[in-house]
Each structure stands twice: as structure tokens, then as C-alpha cells.
Design a protein around this ligand. Structure first.
Ligand code: GLU
Length: 500
């Protein structure tokens, strides 16, 4: 049996939509689970809409998700080139083969002719299809016209009265009657191949064994099967994935909010969480398990288990999956992903190794209390921003600090920290708190609440055992660390006591 080969074939005309990312993922899961090959092919024959910037953004998004490819435009491979715009000679040669076999003909219909045909069909309540006007032209005469420079498209002859049936790995038997299919354009008059033609030539020459793509392409499949037949190539297996829908069951679009992988990255979802969530859209790994790493998903993935009902994208569920990953993730992995958010908030810039290690040490402060990394700067704000007069202007805080006991705690804390070592560890902080307890007689909430307010400027927030060492470690960072200056506990307590 030939080795499994699948491909993801995006058109570089915009951002990578999560629906397309899921298509890429299902191909990747199948390849990785079966020891097969995952190919990235760039379908950039729409010259007006395709851009290199979009292609490189798609590369970045796939890599960010961890969907690495074995063959593709940047990594090469034995069946390249992997960018359709670099394969024009291959398509031209295949077009000649079809002409020679009498399977294709030149069409001189102008866009206006075609539009008129379309309008007439729609007016008659018919599904528009090419009327076949140029099919009966004498091929030799047509070739002469083309040779003389007359613009012409190349069309494929769809045989009349045939039923095309294929077994779709997701949808089962699918049948189309060729009567509804107009002769498709293979090569446009500008010389560029049309999608249906290029995709068949490429899938055949790249030895693709399984074509897994969105169900919006299902009606192209009979045309493609006829082309495989006409070219004498063996057709691959097909699997058409249902579309990703928004909560109102219409295809997920801008109206619903974020749609691209880049937008979800910017919102602070972890790549492994988005990947895991997308895998669950239309497929289940079984045993009611939902949070599984990519390698495990790949090991369990089977096309036969992909459902044909559409997947509804549920951002709350994605946020839930994200939280599960945040809770268990390795700080070394999370820290670099959190840096762009801290940097956008102005808290860090050009971190050196010490700065990055500091950010890594902050991960436990937020990992269990945010849904997404975008919320990290807000969660860590108390570390970077400290303004006692602003805190004391808040009526709720003011009221809590009315009692002389609370004030005593703060003044004593300031006095103690003035000479104590910085609380760089939980133990040093505990020792300082114990001294304040001894001197003031306050304990429990009456002790820790004023301490919290004085050191963080907030009545609530992350655990002091974690926060205080972070503050005092931050206070000692060298300027080269790349973290904005952090006021230490000593300075905070003194400033707060003075502002009381
Ligand atoms: N370029 C096509 C798309 O982005 C690929 C379709 C296919 O996989 O055949 O929709």
C-alpha cells in the first residue's frame, strides 16, 4: 500500500480562518497518526488576490499552532514546486494533453456573453451553467485563432448523462449527475489555471492519497474526478468536512467576532488549546476525554469518526480548554507567550535572560486565574503600578483603613521593612508578617488585609505569598532586564504609611 500523503492547500488571500485551520489540523492529525506525509501547497493562481504577505502569515499561523509540514514551498520536497504560480509550465503541458485527446476546447466567449447566458438562465429559473457555445467549433480553426493572439479560455468537455459517484470518508456515497455541470474552465484567458484543473494536476503529481477539505468544495469533486479520468491519473480518497458555524448556525464570519487564528492568538489563547479545541469541532477523541495533547489526538484520529453535522464554534468552550492548559502548562512555555501582552501594556521591553526568568516566575500568579493571556497585564497590574493616594481616594478602601488597628499594622510594617531584608521569598515575607503580628497583636484578616492594601494598593488580588516575593524580586532587577521599574515592599509600605 502506498504511504499516506495529505495536503493543506490554502489560497493566500487573507488570514487563516479557524475553519481552514481545522482543515489543516485534520490533515495533519491523519498524517501524524499514520506516519504519513503532510504537504503544504500554496494555491496562488488568483494573481489579483494572492499575496506573499498572506502566505507568510499562513506559515506563521500554522507553525504557531504546531502544524509543521514535511513538504512545502519553504522546506521543499520531491514533488515541488509547492506554489502553484511556479507550476504554470506543468499545467500548460497537461492542458496540451487534454486538447490532444479531444477532452478540452478553446472558448472565445467574452465575459459579457457569459454574463448574458447566466442572467437568461436565472430568469428562466434554471441553475446557470455554461451553454457549451464553443464546444462545437472546429478545433483546428480555434487553434489558429489562438495562434493569431485571440484571447481564449480552455474548457473541459463534461460527458453528458453520466452519474459520478464517490464514497466520501465523512459523508458516505455522494452522487452527481453530469447534466447539471457546465464545461468548466481549465485555463483562463490570461493563461492562469483554474482551481479545478490545478488542484487535480497537483494532487496527482504530488501523490496525494487523501483529499480532506471543506464541504464547500464537494460540488467541485465530480469535475475533478472527471479530470483524473481524462488525464489517466488515479483519484485520491475524499473527505469533506462540514463548515465551522457561528452560534446562529450560519458560517462563522466577522459578524460573530474573531474568525482568524491570528485574532485568537492576539486574544491570548494558547496554541495547544486552540488546536485541541479545533480538533473537537466535529470529531471526538472518545472516552469523554476532551483535553488531550496533539500527539495523543493524532494517535486517536480516524477519518471515519469525523461527524457530518456542522461544528458550532463556541468561544466559551475554547476559553475553558484554554484554562485547562494554563493550569498545567510549564512556565517556561507560557512566559514567552505572555511577553507580547506585557509588552503591549508597557510593562516590559526587550527582556534579557534575567527579565525573562522574572516573567517566568510570575506565571503562577496568573496561570490559574485568567482565561486568556490578554488578561495577564490586568492581573499583574498591582506589580507594576502602585499609587497610595489613588488607593486611599477609594471610599471602599478608605473605610476599611479607618480603624487604628489597621493603621497600626501599616505603620509597623513600614517600620519593620525599613531595615529588614527584601522579602524575596515566601519565608522572608512570612517572617516579616510574624514580626508585625507580634508588635501589633493583630492576626488573620486584621493583619493580612492592611498588609495587602499597603503593599499592592488593592483590597483583593493574587496570593500574597506569591505576590510579595514577586514585588521584591522585581524591585532588585537590573535596568537591563527590560522590566519597568518596580517599587519594592519597603518603599511601598513607607509611601503608604506616609499617605495615611
Ligand atoms: N485553495 C482551495 C481553498 O483554499 C483548496 C481547496 C482544496 O483543498 O482542494 O479552498
Amino acid at each position: 500500500m502506498s504511504q499516506l500523503r495529505v495536503r493543506f492547500a490554502p489560497s493566500p488571500t487573507g488570514h487563516l480562518h479557524v475553519g481552514n485551520a481545522r482543515t489543516a489540523l485534520f490533515n495533519w492529525l491523519l498524517a501524524r497518526g499514520a506516519g504519513g506525509t503532510f504537504i503544504l501547497r500554496i494555491e496562488d493562481t488568483d494573481v489579483e488576490r494572492s499575496t506573499r504577505a498572506s502566505e507568510s502569515a499562513i506559515h506563521d499561523d500554522l507553525r504557531w499552532l504546531g502544524l509543521t509540514w514535511d513538504e512545502g514551498p519553504d522546506v521543499g520536497g520531491a514533488h515541488g514546486p509547492y506554489r502553484q504560480s511556479e507550476r504554470l509550465a506543468i499545467y500548460a503541458e497537461h492542458a496540451q494533453r487534454l486538447i490532444a485527446r479531444g477532452a478540452a476546447y478553446y472558448c472565445f466567449c467574452t465575459p459579457e456573453d457569459l454574463e448574458a447566458q447566466r442572467t437568461a438562465a436565472l430568469a428562466a429559473g434554471l441553475q446557470p451553467k455554461y451553454a457549451g457555445t464553443c464546444r462545437t467549433l472546429d478545433p483546428a480553426a480555434s487553434s489558429r485563432r489562438v495562434g493569431a493572439g485571440e484571447p481564449a479560455a480552455l474548457r473541459f468537455i463534461v460527458p453528458a448523462d453520466r452519474e459520478i459517484t464517490f464514497v466520501d470518508a465523512v459523508r458516505g456515497h455522494v452522487t452527481f449527475d453530469t447534466g447539471i455541470i457546465g464545461d468548466p474552465v481549465l485555463v483562463r484567458s490570461d493563461g492562469h489555471p483554474a482551481y479545478n484543473f490545478a488542484v487535480v494536476v497537483d494532487d496527482a503529481l504530488m501523490h496525494v492519497t487523501h483529499v480532506i477539505r471543506g464541504e464547500d468544495h464537494i460540488s467541485n469533486t465530480p469535475r475533478q474526478l472527471l479530470l483524473y479520468e481524462a488525464l489517466g491519473y488515479e483519484a485520491p480518497a475524499f473527505a469533506h468536512l462540514s463548515l465551522v458555524l457561528g452560534p446562529d448556525h450560519s458560517p462563522l464570519s466577522k459578524r460573530h467576532g474573531a474568525t482568524s487564528v491570528a485574532e485568537f492568538r492576539e486574544k491570548g489563547y494558547l496554541p495547544q488549546a486552540l488546536l485541541n479545541y479545533l480538533a473537537l469541532l466535529g470529531w471526538s477523541p472518545g472516552h469523554d476525554e476532551e483535553v488531550l495533547p496533539a500527539a495523543e489526538l493524532a494517535a486517536r484520529f480516524r477519518l471515519a469518526d469525523v461527524g457530518h453535522s456542522a461544528g458550532v464554534f463556541d468561544e466559551d468552550k475554547l476559553a475553558w480548554v484554554n484554562r485547562q492548559y494554563l493550569k498545567v502548562a510549564d512556565p517556561a512555555e507560557i512566559a514567552p507567550l505572555a511577553v507580547p501582552f506585557l509588552s503591549a501594556a508597557g510593562y516590559v521591553r526587550a527582556l534579557d535572560a534575567e527579565g525573562l526568568a522574572f516573567v517566568r516566575s510570575l506565571v503562577p500568579l496568573f496561570a490559574t486565574s485568567v482565561d486568556r493571556l490578554q488578561q495577564v497585564p490586568e492581573r499583574l497590574r498591582v506589580l507594576f503600578a502602585f499609587d497610595p493616594s489613588e488607593t486611599l481616594a477609594r471610599p471602599d478602601v478608605r473605610a476599611e483603613l479607618e480603624s487604628s488597628a489597621a493603621r497600626d499594622v501599616i505603620v509597623t510594617l513600614a517600620d519593620d521593612l525599613a531595615t529588614a531584608p527584601r522579602c524575596r521569598t515566601r519565608e522572608l515575607f512570612r517572617a516579616a508578617a510574624a514580626r508585625v503580628r507580634q508588635r501589633t497583636g493583630q492576626k488573620g484578616r486584621a493583619l493580612f488585609h492592611p498588609i495587602r492594601v499597603a503593599l499592592t494598593g488593592e483590597p483583593e488580588g493574587p496570593e500574597l505569598d506569591l505576590l510579595v516575593p514577586a514585588i521584591d524580586t522585581g524591585a532588585e532587577l537590573a535596568a537591563s532586564a527590560g522590566v519597568v521599574p518596580i517599587a519594592g515592599c519597603r518603599e511601598r509600605a513607607a509611601a503608604f504609611a506616609a499617605a495615611l
